[in-house]
Design a protein around this ligand. Structure first.
Ligand SMILES: *Cc1c(COP(=O)(O)O)cnc(C)c1O
Length: 354
């Protein structure tokens, strides 16, 4: 008898992007945080939060927040389940649906946490490669018929979104749950909420980490049929959302105008960043998110992406490099302010000169 389950011993821990110490002088374009501050209304809710409330447990259902989210999406409160970031909701889904013999399916490359969560449950995971331009491998995904199928939409690290008609075909074609991980939906021209309303087996995950500039608050939520959320409710933590997150999150949700305004600025910066990168010779894909994927050209030499990543890091600019199949010649770059993006472009131009 050893102390640990075999699957836990054999799996690798999830490795998040580097988080330099607060106040460190870096341009941080590696974990898709929003370059703009949270809504003034969220900041005000934080200032006015009465610390004495922390003596008691938080609301186990974060009702004040769920109410605000329900209003934004035009659904009843019962259609919202809040968690400690959308990562927490991903974990609840895998816990509720997957086990040995009940598989987790997703197209790759994508968010690496899906694999980690499947491994934790000792559930089989089937990784179906996207096409060369990140076309959804629809037939194969349907054929695999997972207990859970994860689709990050927009996808990370590609920034692309599979057409909604294909997501609908997937929802019709599989018996299991289809999870639309919509962490970046706030930067996108469309989303899957209509499909969530029409198909009982479709659930969408949203987060305040990206569009609402509140990654450190740790607050995300699922929008789904109450029959799905009732199952997730059984496996959730007792108090997944702390009282501060609930109050600040509700205020942030209530300020849609501010969120949309920031997302609009990010989208226009994104267009300029894509232009700058293709001007330097990178191949880029259209992005529906707040980051872009850039493929180094052959003429940039061997291991160009990794070399550029390393050089940028030494100069205090963090981007994301994944040493994984299909990504070894690419960089994922978060859209920063226009000024940050211009600094990045100039730094890469200098690296490419020598
Ligand atoms: C950032 C991200 C999340 C995690 O969001 P949190 O709410 O901060 O846990 C989930 N899925 C994808 C694809 C992401 O990029």
């Amino acid at each position: 008898m050893t102390m640990y389950r075999k699957n836990i011993k054999e799996m690798a821990a999830y490795v998040p992007g580097e988080q330099p110490a607060p106040g460190a002088k870096v341009i941080k374009l590696n974990t898709n945080e929003n370059p703009y501050p949270p809504s003034p209304r969220a900041m005000e809710a934080l200032r006015e939060f009465d610390g004495r409330r922390l003596r008691q447990y938080s609301d186990p259902h974060a009702s004040a927040f769920c109410q605000a989210a329900a209003e934004v999406h035009g659904v009843p409160c019962e259609w919202i389940l809040a968690g400690n970031g959308s990562d927490d909701l991903l974990a609840m889904i895998v816990l509720a649906c997957a086990e040995p013999g009940r598989k987790v399916v997703y197209p790759t490359p994508t968010y690496v946490l899906y694999r980690t969560l499947a491994q934790m449950q000792a559930a089989p995971f089937v990784e179906v490669p996207y096409g060369p331009d990140f076309e959804l491998p629809l037939e194969q995904l349907i054929c695999e018929n997972g207990a859970v199928t994860f689709i990050a939409r927009p996808n990370s690290p590609s920034g692309t979104s599979a057409p909604l008609e294909q997501i609908e075909a997937l929802a019709r074609g599989v018996c299991g749950l289809v999870v639309l991980d919509e962490a970046y939906a706030d930067f996108s021209h469309d989303n899957g909420l209509e499909l969530v309303k029409r198909y009982q087996n479709v659930v969408a995950l949203r987060t305040l980490s990206k569009g609402y500039s509140l990654a450190g608050l740790r607050l995300g939520y699922a929008v789904g049929n109450p029959s799905v959320l009732a199952m997730l409710n059984k496996v959730k933590d007792s108090y997944p959302v702390d009282a501060v997150a609930c109050a600040v999150g509700a205020a942030a949700m209530g300020d849609q105008e501010y969120m949309s305004k920031c997302a609009c600025v990010v989208r226009s910066s994104r267009a300029k960043l894509l232009e700058g990168l293709s001007g330097l010779g990178f191949r880029v894909w259209p992005s529906e998110s707040n980051f872009v994927l850039a493929q180094a050209a052959a003429c940039m030499g061997n291991c160009a992406a990794q070399r550029i990543y390393d050089r940028l890091k030494r100069e205090g600019i963090l981007v994301r490099y994944f040493k994984e199949p299909l990504l070894e010649d690419k960089l994922r770059i978060t859209v920063g302010t226009d000024e940050q993006n211009a600094t990045l472009i100039a730094a890469i131009a200098k690296i490419l000169e020598c």
